[in-house]
Design a protein around this ligand. Structure first.
Ligand code: NDP
Length: 306
């Protein structure tokens, strides 16, 4: 059975950064990319807020660069998804793609989180062409245009107020007669003149043409339909962390995010570290994920030295 010192699961900015640091520390990390190589950033258009790229950088390009940087120092980046992990004793027993078995002295989990989508075929069709799950990433492309935010939680309110500073008008499409967000966030929304909240509306269909999204067909519970003209639709109906593999083995919070000791990447199991969105319900940025990948690699190095 193959034995590795550091096994990294996940290939977003957190996983790759952990691989860069671990390989430079001569720990010969092995990284499995998972089912979405490069992670969520490969589904966005351009990243304009990552320090060091004054002209912006394509999400795919940045992930390819991070990968090359890790490989340069000897990290082994492999295609494949971890399908089973037994964390009950060390070395940890891991199975990749249902067949390949490994024993890992330490584990860095960087499996990320996935934005929830409504599940409409028209939504899938226009993903990346007007349908986005990240206002901070993509909002800039909708300057002076009309857009819609779906959801009524804190994220939706935050995204709506952010978009309101760039866009001409922001509709919030909320399925209930009230917002779920905190009072302070609600007040911010209601104080912003170019946000209109459409309570008790559901999105029935995303409308569009070759240029991308052109509008939304909305439906109320009484069956009545209406249409809004928007160039972008931003989903803010929550994320789910990709922690199913570790559900009964690591301490998770109520939403399923991995709990870490404050200020570190240490999980409830010694030798298992978490980095990136899988442990971060709040910030969810490429730069914060990368930083936490660095922290995980340093914590892991110290653990192995002991
Ligand atoms: P939430 O789960 O709090 O809210 C999700 C929203 O999406 C709700 O309004 C929900 O409606 C709606 N929704 C869910 N599924 C659907 C669907 N299929 N169709 C239409 N609407 C749907 O998620 P958030 O991402 O907003 O927040 C996650 C956590 O992070 C929360 O604890 C939040 O407080 C926190 N957070 C804090 C921030 C801050 O403090 N600055 C900023 C952002 C997040 P319904 O109410 O009907 O269920």
């Amino acid at each position: 059975m193959e034995e590795v010192k550091v096994l990294i699961i996940g290939s977003g900015p957190a996983g790759y950064t952990a691989a860069i640091y671990a390989s430079r520390a001569n720990l010969q990390p092995v990284l499995y990319e998972g089912i979405e190589p490069g992670g969520q950033l490969t589904t966005t258009t351009e990243i304009e807020n990552f320090p060091g790229y004054p002209e912006g950088v394509d999400g795919n390009r940045m992930m390819a660069d991070l990968r090359r940087q890790a490989e340069r120092f000897g990290a082994q980046i492999r295609t494949g998804a971890v399908t089973q992990a037994d964390l009950s004793s060390r070395p940890f027993h891991v199975i990749v793609d249902g067949t390949h078995e490994l024993r890992a002295e330490s584990l860095i989990i960087a499996t990320g989180a996935s934005a929830k989508y409504l599940g409409l075929p028209s939504e899938t069709k226009f993903r990346g062409q007007g349908v986005s799950a990240c206002a901070t990433c993509d909002g800039f492309f909708y300057r002076k245009k009309d857009v819609a935010v779906i959801g009524g939680g804190d994220t939706a309110c935050e995204e709506a107020t952010y978009l309101a500073s760039l866009c001409r008008k922001v509709y919030m499409v909320v399925r209930k007669p009230q917002l779920r967000a905190s009072k302070a966030m609600q007040e911010r929304v209601f104080r912003t003149p170019n946000i209109e909240v459409l309570f008790e509306h559901n999105t029935a269909e995303v409308l569009g043409d070759d240029s991308g999204v052109t509008g939304l067909l909305l439906r109320r519970s009484d069956g009545s339909e209406s249409r809004i003209d928007v160039a972008g639709m931003f989903l803010a109906i929550g994320h789910h962390p990709n922690t199913e593999l570790f559900a009964d083995q690591l301490e998770l919070d109520r939403e399923g995010y991995i709990k870490v000791q404050p200020g570190t990447s240490k999980t409830s199991v010694e030798g298992v570290f978490a980095a990136g969105d899988v442990k971060d319900p709040h910030y969810r940025q490429a730069i914060t994920a990368a930083a936490s990948g660095c922290i995980a690699a340093l914590d892991c190095e110290r653990f192995l030295l002991r």
